[in-house]
Design a protein around this ligand. Structure first.
Ligand code: NDP
Length: 274
């Protein structure tokens, strides 16, 4: 019996994950023979879950909330971008080694620059949040040469820690802020908080928005998130994180299979499924 190469997305909870549908379409489109499923890991047993999956022939995994730091620690080899982020969302199992990568940053930047056609170079950027998602995208944002990247978080100390961590890559463009200290408006505002998941708003001053702002919420849903609605009320253009989801998945697929799937049709199809 010929078995397909096996991949999973590991998280807790995991039932909501759209990754199996995305990767099934990528596989079909590129004629890759693989199977991709959801895998629920107990909160205290990420390593054991990975080991069991590898023992039964697993070839790779995506990793989602709350295990991206566990995946970083479990990896025996790391890509430069995973090492910078200190978080891993993609694992590849190669002959006894566990290769860890992070495709969130490239996914976000490709969606903003290639799909939404917004140029980050020379622009002022505000990143809201200092959790796993924020940490995963800082290096990729800096690589686009913004004139300024301000990280602001509800707990400001966590933003300061991230700024210290990435300061050596930033050549003076990176700053930390509390929400209350945000005074000017920004060209690009990225909501990397989980506030939208709880139908809440980060308590940012309205002065961050202008009618020239492009506002990106990493959360996605069938309707504009509360944060997108707020930005729209200030005249800003908005986009949700569905494109990032598809682009980070495409990069993971490339890490595993060495083939780059086409993303636009998968994004359009997924939008109809929300
Ligand atoms: P974490 O739990 O690691 O971090 C949560 C962050 O949100 C923290 O900075 C926290 O602030 C902040 N936060 C939570 N609630 C509020 C609130 N009510 N007001 C202000 N700030 C708040 O989550 P992740 O970083 O992993 O995920 C963040 C979001 O990004 C999620 O919505 C997730 O779905 C999305 N995401 C989307 C992806 C995509 O492909 N589209 C990929 C990855 C993530 P504090 O430090 O003060 O607690």
């Amino acid at each position: 019996m010929i078995l397909n190469d096996r991949y999973v997305v590991i998280g807790n909870p995991i039932a909501h994950s759209k990754s199996p549908q995305i990767h099934a379409r990528f596989a079909e489109q590129t004629s890759q023979s693989l199977q991709y499923e959801r895998l629920l890991a107990p909160l205290d047993a990420f390593d054991q879950t990975v080991k069991s999956f590898v023992a039964t022939g697993g070839r790779g995994a995506n990793v989602t909330v709350p295990f991206k730091l566990d995946a970083f620690r479990a990896a025996t080899q790391l890509s430069a971008r995973a090492r910078a982020a200190e978080a891993v969302n993609t694992l590849r199992f190669d002959a006894g080694e566990i290769f860890g990568d992070n495709t969130d940053g490239v996914g976000l930047v490709r969606d903003i620059v290639n799909n939404a056609k917004f140029t980050i170079s020379g622009k002022t950027v505000l990143l809201l949040g200092a959790g796993g998602a924020a940490r995963g995208v800082i290096q990729a944002l800096l690589a686009e040469s913004p004139s300024q990247l301000v990280i602001a978080n509800r707990t400001p100390e966590r933003a300061s820690v991230l700024v210290e961590q990435f300061a050596h890559e930033a050549k003076g463009v990176l700053q930390a802020s509390s929400y209350a200290d945000l005074k000017s408006n920004f060209d690009l505002i990225i909501n990397a908080t989980s506030a939208s998941l709880a139908s809440e708003l980060p308590s940012v001053p309205p002065s961050i928005f202008s009618s020239q702002s492009f506002v990106y919420d990493m959360m996605y849903s069938s309707h504009p998130t509360l944060f997108m609605q707020l930005a729209t009320s200030h005249g800003a253009i908005t986009r949700d994180g569905l494109g990032m989801l598809v682009e980070q998945a495409a990069e993971s697929f490339f890490v595993w299979r060495g083939v780059r799937p086409e993303t636009a049709s998968v994004y359009q199809w997924l939008r109809t499924q929300l």
